[in-house]
Design a protein around this ligand. Sequence first.
Ligand SMILES: C[S@@+](CC[C@H](N)C(=O)[O-])C[C@H]1O[C@@H](n2cnc3c(N)ncnc32)[C@H](O)[C@@H]1O
Length: 196
Amino acid sequence: MFHDIPDSMSLAMRALEDRDAIDRVDGTAQLDRLRQIPPETGRFIALLAASSPPGSWVEIGTSAGYSSLWLALACRERAQILTTFEVLETKATMASATFASAQVNDVITLVHGDFLDFVGQLGDISFCFLDAEKNIYGQCYEAVVPRLVPGGLLVADNAINHLVTLAPMIDAALVDPRVDALVVPVGKGELVCRKR
Ligand SMILES: C[S@@+](CC[C@H](N)C(=O)[O-])C[C@H]1O[C@@H](n2cnc3c(N)ncnc32)[C@H](O)[C@@H]1O
């Protein structure tokens, strides 16, 4: 997966890493910032997705498509499709350009819209990466967990750097009898929940 990343994908990843690094130092307005995961989180979610049971894969919060590119590596490994949801038009337009230049349109379906408006149509989820606004994490968690297949994974970003905001959801997940859960100190902190 990580040893033979096609040039089209690594070029697109590097361009987004450069843009994200600039965002973080130049005070770009919050809405325009990519706010993407670091590369080590990309590797982590790709490994988890590639190890998930059969079922559908979703991502909540695409931004310009950086995390989706890491998941696309796992899609290729497992002959899977990732459906990724982005509510902002500007970000969805950027993600669409990313996926075209990285040549991953065969494994990624981009949906421009609010995930919560679509989740009712989803079922048999075996992998979900949650990386949206922190105030909807609880709603997303409650929408996704019942739809996870046994052994399916829900991974939520920002479990350490947004700990105060996310504490109620994380605390609830850690004692939720439907899942086994753990916070992993990779990147900004990943809450990993496995459906029982
Ligand atoms: C932290 S960024 C995602 C970064 C991306 N996962 C990456 O690492 O490249 C969060 C994104 O979630 C989007 N978002 C927020 N709420 C959403 C919702 N309800 N449905 C879909 N996208 C949402 C935001 O517009 C923003 O682009």
